[in-house]
Design a protein around this ligand. Structure first.
Ligand code: FAD
Length: 450
């Protein structure tokens, strides 16, 4: 174990992004005594939860010259976990009164944004945020001292480019912006329209069309049902389905699930592995996103390789730059907000010298061992940061470093129960449930914070 930094030192820290990760990072860093500047390219806090009707000029989002729209949220989106599980641990996402508030247990995106604004107000976060200020370059500034970082940013209104030095940088830029696409044999001569779910907002443009969605994510599940209300036919194709899959969804006469697409053709047809051939108007890729840090220049020390961001110790610190560069929100298949909160507490405590880190060599050994384990298990690099069932072990490890309590039992049970319900009843899980005893336990805990 390397010695901790000199105890309780305060540093000048830049946080990139004022979404759910950046907001709680700013709070924890300031609580720990650091001075914090949050860079946010949008006009308000909330990140991906700031819904906009605007979409990108390139519906597939591949044109590098396109103007990027940050949010991927569609108009009908309701959260896919309970509000009790979704909120930060010490600022529960409870029902609040107000004209446009949504009291449902699985509320719409607008309620999440309102909650994040409540959080920012409660903890005075906005005074640390420079809005409409985009970070365009982050690079080591060794000439300024060990561990220092140069941040170049542009302010939209004044069109000013600033160049500043910080002791540390915490990257919270969001990971659902740069789309991944499926490879489809024959696509270059297929005459239909292609798009990514990043640019989906409302069902109306799909009226009377035949649409294929590729993917099995929550987005594919929600969007296929949204579109099926107006489209002629909706076909969901998924790589993980067995080759003979062809299932009509109950409750619909125009929604089917298939195995993956085998090929597409000049006459507009789409051929599935299950042998079906269908003439299609639109293919929508609901195939997720790539980690993307267009501003980060580390001379190749931190890379994104087949969607593995690395090397990262515990998904947070690149050993070569620890603790002066860190990332929040890299793991997926998690309850994001509580994890962001714990990662933030850990980073803040490590920076002040209160919490020790292992030596760079030991961190690298742990990372390499983890990569080898994945390789032996045949897990592709792109799943490096997938957590699922291991998330609570990870959260508890972070909690132990920070001296906080472990994940509440009700939160674990509720999260697992919701996952089962979602799988079995994708249509109704947001409105019907039977875990009332867990809700009571959650609200008992929440009373500590009211
Ligand atoms: P974001 O919310 O994306 O925030 C990042 C911020 O960084 C943005 O404000 C952005 O403007 C800013 N930024 C980026 N680059 C720069 C730069 N260079 N300079 C300055 N600012 C910059 N999570 C749930 O818990 N429940 C759900 O039901 C759920 N549903 C989802 C549905 C969809 C369609 C998507 C896309 C995500 C969903 N998520 C859900 C996950 C969601 O992304 C997280 O809840 C959370 O928003 C991630 O927070 P973040 O702060 O990491 O990123």
């Amino acid at each position: 174990m390397a010695p901790a930094l000199s105890p309780t030192r305060s540093h000048h820290v830049a946080v990139i992004g004022a979404g759910p990760a950046g907001l709680v990072a700013a709070r924890e860093l300031r609580r720990e005594g650091h001075s914090v500047v949050v860079f946010e390219k949008q006009k308000q806090v909330g990140g991906t939860w700031i819904y906009t009707d605007e979409v990108e000029s390139d519906p597939l989002s591949v044109d590098p010259t396109r103007s990027v729209v940050h949010s991927s949220v569609y108009r009908s989106l309701r959260i896919n976990g309970t509000r009790e599980c979704t909120g930060y641990r010490d600022f529960p996402f409870v029902v609040r009164s107000g004209v446009s508030r949504d009291p449902r247990r699985f509320p719409s995106h607008g309620e999440v944004l309102a909650y994040l604004k409540d959080f920012a107000k409660e903890f005075g976060i906005e005074e640390m945020v420079r809005f409409e200020t985009e970070v365009v370059k982050v690079s080591p500034a060794a000439e300024e001292g060990i561990g220092k970082w140069r941040i170049e940013s542009t302010e939209k209104e004044k069109k000013v480019r600033r160049d500043e030095i910080y002791d540390a940088v915490v990257v919270c830029n969001g990971h659902y912006v740069e789309p991944r696409h499926a490879e489809i044999p024959g696509i270059s001569s297929w005459p239909g329209k292609e798009m990514h779910s990043h640019n989906y907002r409302i069902p109306e443009p799909f009226r009377d069309k035949v649409v294929v969605l590729i993917g099995n994510s929550s987005s594919a599940e929600d969007i296929s049902r949204d579109i099926a209300r107006v489209a002629k036919e909706v076909h969901v194709a998924c790589r993980s389905n067995p080759a003979d899959t062809f299932i009509k969804q109950t409750g619909y006469n125009n929604l089917w699930t298939h195995s993956m697409i085998e090929s597409v053709h000049e006459d507009g047809s789409v051929v599935y592995q299950n042998g079906k051939t269908i003439s299609v108007d639109i293919i929508m890729h609901c195939t997720g996103y790539k980690y993307h840090f267009p501003f980060l220049d580390t001379n190749g020390i931190v890379t994104v390789d087949d969607n593995r961001v690395g090397p990262l110790y515990k998904d947070v610190f690149p050993p070569a730059f620890a603790p002066w560069l860190s990332f929040i929100g890299i793991p997926w298949q998690v309850l994001p907000f509580p994890m962001f909160e714990l990662q933030s507490k850990w980073i803040a405590g490590v920076l002040s010298g209160r919490i020790p880190l292992p030596s760079k060599e030991d961190m690298m050994i742990e990372i390499k061992t983890f990569y080898s384990t994945l390789e032996v298990q045949g897990i592709p690099k792109r799943y490096t940061h997938r957590m699922g069932n291991t998330q609570f072990e990870y959260d508890n490890w972070l909690a132990s470093q920070c001296g906080c309590s472990e994940t509440e039992e009700w939160r674990k049970e509720m999260c697992l129960a919701n996952g089962v319900r979602k799988e079995a009843h994708p249509e109704t899980y947001r409105d019907e449930w039977d875990d009332h005893h867990l809700v009571s336990q959650a609200y008992q805990d929440f009373s500590l914070y009211s």
